[in-house]
Design a protein around this ligand. Structure first.
Ligand SMILES: Nc1ncnc2c1ncn2[C@@H]1O[C@H](COP(=O)(O)OP(=O)(O)OP(=O)(O)O)[C@@H](O)[C@H]1O
Length: 609
């Protein structure tokens, strides 16, 4: 048993229930209706015992009730049962589904507003589990389980009161079995809760693992990872099985102990009832009613432990959901669609500094060990239409600079000025409306090509989308698909080539038409023809815009207005290609190294005749 699981179970507190009660309050009428139906259901159950006594006494002793009256009462009870069961089932499901819907929507609303510092740390599978299996568990707890927990004790109480009217010593004797049942439930309840939580955790881990595997089937195949993947999953699958068996054994033990106690009581009641009839203390009808009522008294105690476990499981799931929704969000509300601003004369960074380690909250430990994880004192100015190239070693901080420009992380010191206005004075949507970002991986969404391009500007007309596709050199290949712009591209664009995906991403950025373009160049991964097309598309995109480009091939950025060599988060060198070559520093070394590589490649490809 993992400690985390213990905490998750014990953490399912009154506070959690209070928070869920706030959701219930939105459906006061529905829950009040369900309360009434529960009472009617209990009344109907008890009336069956009463009816049993009436019919038996009519048969044995000939009572005042005529047979037609008895038939009408029986029919009435039956019709009532049908109506009440239907309403109960539908309304309980409605209650569950309503809570699940609200919670699901609130959870997504919050996840979408979480800052990058939080989303970077969590696996997307964890968020998915909160939205699906945990959501399901909470819904069940707040519907069927909650009303089961209310109606069963009420039914037992009703049966007890009725029993008192038949024979109070017997009623008290039966009720004395209650604590035995509660003891059995208490002994097993916690174990059931723990194994259920362990099971949920194991399922969560397996889901996260499978999500990674299913997300990259080609890598699994290319690296021959099938067996390893299968073996790794077997372990997880068997862990789930182990927890399930543990639950089954505990629940089996609990059920058989409860059944034994229940049967003992049942047999005892029949014998005692028969004796009371024999000595003329009660009628035969009362004895049958007594036996039926005893069922109502015993049954709740047998089902309550597993219902209580279900409630704890639901509260544990709610706790996990609330942990996500309690994480501070970066905005109060979901941002509006942030249409791009029209122009930007100047973007200026002044001594911008940022560290992932201090952002994570463990500054002292990491300050010496992870020097350079972030940005330090970056200062630069980019005017409208200028191109600033970021080059340098892997891990130098180039992507981090993009993240800060986009407001994914706040700078810890220094500032960013957009047309002289401090970005800290703007809301995040406003800040982001200055940028169009072409990430290294295209990050397309399932849906059609049209929908993906339109993500750049949701209200764009068909013509605008086609124009963007033409400028991005994507129009021709799009029309080669039978369904053209309405082609579904598959999960993350699986039906497109790498170059095609990038050109769609470029078309998306073109359509956005923002004054600053952030380009994480990934052309090195493409073949020459694709690269040429993507480069052409990029040239279109850069026209008239301020462009920040992360360049891996120095040959593509020689015309840049400014080249910045990033090293350990600092701008180690800044200048034009010519200036930096004259400087004979890091850029010069990088350039020479790439030149040698290119020449070696060229020599390798010259045919030997
Ligand atoms: N979310 C994160 N949390 C903690 N550290 C991070 C995070 N993202 C990046 N880093 C670290 O910050 C440093 C700078 O990373 P960054 O992605 O900016 O480098 P880069 O210059 O873009 O590298 P590359 O050229 O390889 O893409 C690296 O040491 C990296 O490990």
């Amino acid at each position: 048993m993992k400690k985390g699981t213990d905490r998750a179970v014990d953490g399912a507190s009154k506070g959690t229930f209070k928070r869920l009660a706030a959701y219930i309050r939105h459906y006061k009428t529905l829950y009040a209706g369900l309360g009434i139906i529960t009472l009617v259901k209990i009344g109907l159950s008890l009336s069956i015992a009463w009816f049993l006594a009436l019919v038996t006494n009519a048969a044995v002793y000939g009572s005042e009730q005529s047979w037609p009256t008895l038939l009408m009462i029986g029919g009435g009870i039956l019709v009532g049962e049908v109506i009440v069961h239907y309403a109960d089932q539908v309304l309980r499901t409605k209650a569950s589904a309503s809570i699940r819907k609200d919670l699901r929507e609130d959870t997504l609303n919050h996840i979408l507003r979480l800052p990058a510092k939080c989303t970077d740390k969590h696996h997307s599978g964890e968020f998915l589990s909160r939205m699906t299996s945990d959501n399901q568990a909470v819904g069940e707890a707040m519907g069927t389980t909650l009303f089961g927990l209310i109606s069963n004790p009420l039914l037992a109480l009703g049966a007890f009161i009725y029993l008192l009217t038949i024979s109070w010593p017997m009623a008290l004797l039966c009720f004395a079995m209650g604590p035995v049942m509660i003891l059995i439930g208490g002994l097993t309840g916690k174990a059931i809760r723990r194994s259920a939580a362990g099971q949920q955790e194991a399922i969560g881990e397996a889901t996260v693992y499978l999500q990674d595997v299913f997300g990259a089937p080609s890598v699994v195949k290319a690296y021959g990872m099938e067996r390893r993947t299968f073996t790794a999953f077997l372990q997880r699958s068997r862990e789930i099985f182990g927890w399930e068996m543990k639950s089954a054994r505990i629940q089996g033990g609990s059920a058989s102990a409860s059944a034994f106690a229940g049967n003992l009581m049942f047999v005892g009641a029949i014998v005692a009832g028969a004796y009371l009839v024999h000595i003329g203390n009660i009628t035969v009808g009362s004895m049958l009613a007594f036996i039926q009522l005893m069922n109502y008294l015993v049954m709740p105690f047998t089902v309550l432990p597993s219902m209580w476990a279900g409630m704890q499981q639901g509260l544990g799931a709610a706790d996990r959901i609330f942990k996500v929704t309690d994480a501070p969000a970066e905005t109060e509300e979901l941002l509006e669609d942030n249409a791009a601003v029209e122009s930007l004369q100047e973007l200026r960074l002044e001594n911008l500094s940022f560290s992932y380690d201090t952002e994570g909250g463990n500054e002292t430990e990491n300050e010496q060990t992870h020097e350079g994880k972030g940005l330090k004192d970056v200062t630069l100015t980019a005017k409208a239409g200028e191109t600033v190239a970021l080059v340098g070693e892997s891990g130098g901080g180039k992507t981090t600079l993009f993240k800060l420009l986009l407001g994914m992380y706040p700078p810890q010191s220094g500032r960013m000025l957009l047309n002289g206005e401090d970005a800290r004075q703007m809301d995040l949507g406003q800040q982001r409306s200055h940028f169009a970002w072409v990430p290294q991986e295209a990050h397309l969404f399932s849906g059609t090509i049209r929908e993906n391009i339109a993500d750049g500007k949701p209200e764009a007309s068909g013509q605008e989308i086609e124009r963007a596709a033409k400028m991005a050199e994507a129009h021709d290949f799009i029309l080669e698909f039978p369904e053209g712009f309405d082609t579904k591209i598959g999960e993350r664009g699986a039906r497109l080539s790498g170059g095609q995906r990038q050109r769609i991403a470029i078309a998306r950025a073109l359509l956005r038409n923002a004054p600053v373009l952030l380009l994480d160049e990934a052309t090195s991964a493409l073949d020459n023809e694709s690269e040429r097309k993507v480069q052409q598309a990029l040239e279109q995109l850069k026209k008239g815009r301020t462009t920040f480009v992360i360049a891996h091939r120095l040959s593509t950025i020689q015309g840049a207005d400014r080249i910045i060599v990033m090293e350990k988060g600092r701008a180690a060198e800044t200048g034009t290609h010519a200036e930096l070559m004259t400087l004979r520093g890091r850029y010069f070394d990088l350039y020479q190294a790439q030149l040698r590589e290119t020449q070696a490649e060229h020599l390798d490809t010259v045919p030997v005749s």
